[in-house]
Design a protein around this ligand. Structure first.
Ligand SMILES: O=C(O)CCC(=O)C(=O)O
Ligand SMILES: [Fe+2]
Length: 266
């Protein structure tokens, strides 16, 4: 798979080392539907992207129904349980910070059946990192994304128009705010635009555990946070599942999906 990206990005440069032994095993999970329970691939959406990205991923839907691949053994006991409760607890605090009942987000977005996706990202060393990106600038679709990485920097956040390197302390969880928190809070919380850069020395691994509403929930700005003329709803209500499909049907590009349902330009 990485050889495929290498052809597109670096014009066929040969790898010095063998990167994978297991491409055959991965074939069983190569799919294109965002709701496939287990899916691996390269880039983000090779049907839509014109430039491919220096990344292999495995995505597994782990809540409300738990799925797991045959390998690696022990996947069942991954950190996603902890991340789910961490996200739910943070969302209680966020509800209160918005002047809402602590259980507001949990109840209105039906978090007992919330979608949780476990994403493992692999970014091997890239011979010409200045020509490639691991992931392009984007925001995540859900509510809160919990990120863990292997100590090799590469994640950058867009802050005041500049890319800022994230230096996460060892053994920490980094929490990104995502599009549906922006929608629900009518823009008081902004989803963060981020990207992953690559390097020519060390393989980077990250786990991104995406916590969203339940798939069938129609998400809209909380009525308590809008008021008629002064602060009208700024986003069109949309079912979370349809938003996911919209993102998957397009190339990953900053906040372009959120911009499509924005009612007022900032
Ligand atoms: O690898 C990273 O640090 C970021 C990954 C990411 O943005 C994602 O999986 O959505
Ligand atoms: Fe992301």
């Amino acid at each position: 798979m990485i050889n495929f990206i290498r052809r597109k990005v670096l014009g066929g440069r040969k790898p010095q080392e063998k990167l994978y032994d297991d491409d055959e095993e991965k074939k069983a999970y190569e799919g294109s539907d965002v709701l496939d329970p287990i899916r691996c691939g390269t880039s983000f959406n090779t049907a839509k992207e014109t430039i491919f990205f220096w990344r292999d991923f495995l995505k597994v839907l782990v809540h409300p129904d738990f799925h797991f691949p045959d390998k690696p053994k022990g996947f069942r006991y991954s950190v996603h349980h902890l991340a789910l409760f961490l996200a739910w607890e943070l969302l209680r605090g966020i509800s209160v910070s918005l002047g809402l009942e602590a259980s507001y987000i949990h109840d209105v977005l039906n978090l007992e059946s919330s979608l949780q996706v476990f994403v493992a990202n692999l970014y091997p060393p890239c011979p010409q990192p200045e020509l490639a990106l691991g992931m392009p600038p984007h925001s995540d679709h859900g509510l809160l994304n919990i990120l863990i990485e292997n100590g090799v920097g590469g994640l950058q956040l867009l802050h005041n128009g500049k890319w800022v390197n994230v230096r996460a302390p060892p053994n920490s969880f980094l929490v990104n705010t995502c599009d549906h928190l922006e929608i629900l809070s009518n823009g008081r919380y902004k989803s963060v635009v981020h990207r992953a850069v690559v390097n020519n020395a060390t393989t980077r691994l990250s786990l991104a555990i995406a916590n969203g509403p339940s798939l069938d929930t129609i998400v809209r700005p909380a009525p308590g946070l809008t008021d008629g003329a002064n602060n009208p709803p700024a986003y069109t209500p949309m079912k979370y599942k349809e938003y996911l499909q919209l993102q998957q049907g397009n190339k990953l590009d900053q906040k372009s999906v959120l911009d499509r349902i924005r009612l007022q330009k900032e």
